[in-house]
Design a protein around this ligand. Structure first.
Ligand code: SF4
Ligand code: SF4
Length: 161
């Protein structure tokens, strides 16, 4: 629970999810930023204006129909609190911000982990991308994993074998 250990619950996460129809249409950004902190690089990073905020300390609001799934906000968020989701029938793609040196390679099988770092399922690496960012020093990569759709809301990290 957020107030106790800093991790959102699945109920928290469900409050920011797109519709099932949007999740099936292609990659879409979801945020897990549930605290009123003074931060807004996600808003500035979006090329189509899909992220808004009432004031600097408000939580972001993502217009899922406007979002093109470009991943710019995933790379720009200093809290690593934005992900891309794409539900593809029985499978789902989860795009995760990654800042470790040992980047995985596409095709590699890794262990999908939950928000606490607990193993959830096997995941296969689909893409590894370094985004151009407003902050040229950013080293945040985007790693896209494919997992069973049942684990789409659980897998938020991974461990290389
Ligand atoms: S994924 Fe791209 S289009 Fe979607 S909200 Fe993030 S920056 Fe905007
Ligand atoms: S950039 Fe990340 S941490 Fe900052 S407000 Fe946006 S989602 Fe939250």
């Amino acid at each position: 629970m957020l107030e106790i250990d800093g991790f959102p619950t699945i109920e928290d996460v469900r409050t920011t999810l797109p519709s099932e129809e949007r999740l099936a249409r292609g990659p879409v950004a979801v945020h897990e930023c549930f605290q009123d902190i003074p931060c807004n690089p996600c808003v500035a990073s979006c090329p189509v204006g899909a992220i808004s905020m009432e004031k600097l300390t408000s939580q972001p609001i993502i217009d899922h129909d406007r979002c093109t799934g470009c991943g710019s906000c995933v790379s720009a968020c200093p809290g690593l609190a934005i992900f891309l989701l794409w539900k593809k029938g029985e499978k789902a793609q989860v795009t995760i911000p990654y800042e470790m040196l040992n980047a995985p390679t596409p095709g590699e099988t890794v262990e999908g982990l939950d928000r606490y770092g607990r193993p959830v399922c096997e995941a296969s690496v689909v893409r590894v991308v370094r985004m151009p960012s407003l902050d040229k020093r950013s080293k945040t990569m985007l790693v896209t994993l494919e997992v069973d759709a049942a684990y789409m809301l659980d897998v938020r990290s991974f461990r290389k074998g």
